[in-house]
Design a protein around this ligand. Structure first.
Ligand SMILES: Nc1ncnc2c1ncn2[C@@H]1O[C@H](COP(=O)(O)OP(=O)(O)OP(=O)(O)O)[C@@H](O)[C@H]1O
Ligand SMILES: [Mg+2]
Length: 288
């Protein structure tokens, strides 16, 4: 069942010189409830703009139009002007998304208080529980730390915890693992996958890594020059890409002779990552 769908999204931005840049052209995407949708495409193809359109955080002077927007089988277009969709976003580099002078506890309790009328103490309990849910050991201690005191993987977990505190129906993640090294990447992917299982969370993830798509996603959207050039179930698109650009993307993966090699390599790496999950987080605690 389609949870969120957007039809013929067009985004243009008026440049300082008055000219208009067309960023997205008739982009249509849909995601089913509980599904992980991957968005891939070269740099500048409009992946982030698509997410920012859904989140209503487009840059100034950007104008978005669409033919239809539905959420949970209801028309959401009429209300989209004044109401956000129940989406939360995780960014590539959590360090720049945090106020460096504010402790983790301050960031998290602010979100809690935005959604619930609770005391400071209750908000901290809720914040610690959220950190625990994303696999952060010693959550109370972490609440008292500053963003720069945490490792990159831990910061990304905090970012995910923060996103989840607003109880979104869809988690939107823009290159959530790009800034992390391979082992930590696998752990964050494993976390996203387990959140999808345990909470029935729907996830839209932007990545340039086709291994991530193979390991995590059910369906994939391929973008180029602000357009969707191909979309479909991951296995189908990987096995039988229709678009020349998709074919070239898949051909650029090293050591891949065909779909089976890629998909099994992807999932093996992925489960190895999950096995190391707890060991890895212990290790990370030592360096925070
Ligand atoms: N504030 C802005 N003003 C004008 N053009 C912009 C602005 N932000 C992005 N763009 C342009 O919009 C296009 C799409 O950018 P976007 O950031 O969505 O690409 P992307 O697919 O996310 O790329 P990357 O993989 O590098 O993150 C690019 O051509 C970019 O130059
Ligand atoms: Mg981007």
């Amino acid at each position: 069942m389609t949870l969120l769908s957007i039809s013929n999204l067009n985004v243009s931005i008026t440049q300082p010189d008055g000219s208009v840049a067309h960023i997205l052209h008739d982009v249509s995407v849909g995601v089913d409830r509980g599904e992980v949708l991957g968005i891939v495409g070269e740099s500048g193809s409009g992946k982030t703009m698509l997410l920012r359109s859904l989140m209503k955080i487009l840059p100034p002077r950007a104008v978005a139009t669409m033919d239809a927007l539905t959420f949970d089988d209801r028309d959401a277009l009429a209300t989209f002007e004044r109401e956000r969709l129940p989406l939360s976003m995780v960014f590539q580099d959590p360090l720049t998304s945090f106020n460096p002078l504010r402790k983790i506890g301050g960031h998290l309790t602010e979100v809690v208080k935005r959604f619930q009328a609770v005391s400071g103490g209750a908000a901290r309990v809720r914040a610690a529980a959220a950190l625990d849910q994303v696999g952060i050991p010693h959550p109370k201690r972490v609440l008292g730390q500053y963003p720069h005191e945490l490792s990159g993987g831990m910061r990304q977990r905090v970012m995910i915890a923060m996103a989840l505190l607003s109880e979104p129906e869809v988690l939107v993640a823009d290159e959530p693992t790009t800034a992390l090294d391979a082992t930590i990447q696998a752990q964050i992917l494993s976390l996203l996958s387990s959140l999808r299982e345990s909470r029935g969370l729907t996830i839209i993830v932007v990545t340039h890594d086709l291994g991530v798509v193979a390991a995590l996603c059910d369906r994939v959207v391929v973008m180029k020059d602000g357009r969707v050039v191909e979309t479909g179930p991951v296995e189908q698109v990987f096995a039988d890409p229709q678009n020349a650009y998709t074919k070239s993307l898949l051909a650029s993966i090293p050591h891949v002779d065909g779909l089976e090699t890629e998909l099994s390599a992807g999932s093996d790496a992925f489960s190895a990552g999950s096995d190391e999950f707890s060991a890895g987080s212990d290790e990370e605690v030592r360096d925070v």
